[in-house]
Design a protein around this ligand. Structure first.
Ligand SMILES: NC(=O)c1ccc[n+]([C@@H]2O[C@H](COP(=O)([O-])OP(=O)(O)OC[C@H]3O[C@@H](n4cnc5c(N)ncnc54)[C@H](OP(=O)(O)O)[C@@H]3O)[C@@H](O)[C@H]2O)c1
Length: 288
């Protein structure tokens, strides 16, 4: 097995490096935009043709959800065209792709967790480009696996956990929305899940959901972050989304149903609070 990890300096890319180097050292090559810009069709094709990769794990993405409302073209270039560039050549060369998508492909009007076959209806430009990327990939390279995930965080880069830790240590009060419900995902757990897909006895193409177990609002999540980090003197206040307008419209409910993952891989997924505690310890011990 020879693996290419694209977008390797992002949150998931860095956790994949941790997991793959511990479990199958030397089997992967890690590249980010400087070495391989997936929006460059010719460069992507040349890079893959000159290689002997058996698998690509695509962590490259445009992930600035609010900025994407104004920068549709830049977002689409990575999330649609970049994925298409990888898919075209990979399918021809017989390279299997594991790609990552998002709960933001859904509109959030559901009353129970979303399964892989539920109807999509993105409410943001980011969500729309991620959905088009999914469709393009499965059309051109149907042997691919797409892992949909939600509310990703890690000790690396920018994410909700790090923002709350920073703000809570310098503020007396933080307002956080209580009416958007989802499941946080520790990027280390997602990297372990991807390793499981990669090394499973049987390759199962198509879409599969993965997040941590359990459900919460951003308010619950922020409250847990502050409690687990032992931060005193900052009160987390619940506010409605209407009081915190953002350029991109986010789903009110975007919990993913993970039954397919549990059953296919006989996998026990950690609960979000337990995984959050592990990430906070890493951040507090200086990892970044
Ligand atoms: N973050 C979340 O909450 C969340 C939730 C659900 C799903 N997801 C999905 O999970 C995946 C991983 O997300 P993440 O949080 O790890 O993302 P991230 O931290 O933003 O990392 C993305 C990486 O891709 C790189 N990249 C951007 N454009 C590129 C290009 N044209 N060619 C090559 N590399 C490029 C970025 O480099 P630069 O820094 O130079 O741009 C960055 O290193 C993505 O597919 C994302 O859509 C994320």
């Amino acid at each position: 097995m020879k693996i290419l990890v694209t977008g390797a300096n992002g949150q998931l890319g860095r956790e994949l490096r941790n997991v793959l180097e511990a479990r199958m050292p030397g089997s992967a090559v890690y590249v980010d935009r400087d070495e391989l810009d997936i929006t460059d069709r010719a460069a992507t094709e040349a890079f893959l043709r000159g290689s002997d990769f058996t698998h690509i794990i695509n962590c490259a993405a445009y992930t600035a959800v609010d900025k994407a409302e104004e920068e549709y073209n830049a977002c689409a270039a990575v999330n649609i065209d970049g994925v298409t560039n990888l898919a075209r050549v990979a399918d021809e060369l017989g390279i299997r792709i594991i790609h990552v998508s998002t709960d933001y492909v859904f509109d959030g009007h559901a009353y129970r967790p979303y399964t892989e076959s539920d109807k999509v209806n993105p409410t943001s430009q980011y969500g729309a480009t991620k959905r088009k990327g999914e469709t393009s990939l499965l059309g051109l390279a149907p042997d691919s696996v797409i892992v949909r995930t939600s509310w990703l965080y890690s000790p690396y880069g920018h994410n909700f956990v790090k923002t709350i830790l920073d703000k809570a240590s310098t503020s007396k009060r933080l307002n956080v929305v209580y009416d958007q419900i989802g499941s946080p995902t520790n990027a280390r757990d997602l990297a372990e899940a991807i390793y499981t897909i990669l090394t499973a006895r049987q390759w199962k193409p198509g879409i599969i959901n993965f997040s941590n177990e359990g459900v919460c609002s951003w308010y619950d999540f922020a409250t847990a972050i502050v409690r687990l980090a032992g931060i005193k003197g900052c009160e987390i206040m619940p506010i409605p989304t209407a009081d915190y307008p953002t350029p991109a419209k986010r789903p009110y409910y975007s919990v993913l149903d993970k039954n397919r993952f549990r059953v296919t891989y006989s996998y026990k997924i950690p609960h979000w609070e337990e995984s959050l505690a592990r990430c906070i310890s890493r951040i507090q011990s200086g990892e970044k």
